[in-house]
Design a protein around this ligand. Sequence first.
Ligand code: THU
Length: 160
Amino acid sequence: MKRLSKTIDWSILSDDELSSNDRKLVEAAKNATSGSWSPYSGFKVGAALLLEDGTVVTGSNQENAAYPSGLCAERTALFAAGHAHPDKAVTALAIAARNDNGFTAQPITPCGACRQVLAETEQRGGKPIRYILYGTQGTMVIEGGTDAILPFCFGADSMK
Ligand code: THU
């Protein structure tokens, strides 16, 4: 028998501890919540992707009365970036979310379906994605790439 393990590292930073680049990406994610169409949940999510050349692509959650047809903020941004900038790697993702009481105290993390798309986006770009997840009580920064949030994921290589 062989026993193996993985560890996940993350940091919680206050606003003034964030680098100016990370703060800008968080601001873009917060601003992107204004584009959310979320009449059913009332939960407005904004995502801001940083591409390898500095381009920022944003997205927000888009809901439908037929609930499963809607899309999360993260995938809205990822597919927009894949369409407009197919050859540029995604190097960071900032997420912010708010309800009627304002931005969430705790950061939100991407759902499972978004994690799968993030993992495949990362494989395609060949660069680890940094995660900058905003909360009013602190921003969570994950440096380990998507493996930190979706270990053992299925990907194109799995079919070889
Ligand atoms: N949502 C996102 O956009 N991103 C997440 O990471 C979690 C959930 C959206 C989907 C739905 O419109 C609303 O938040 C409530 O689940």
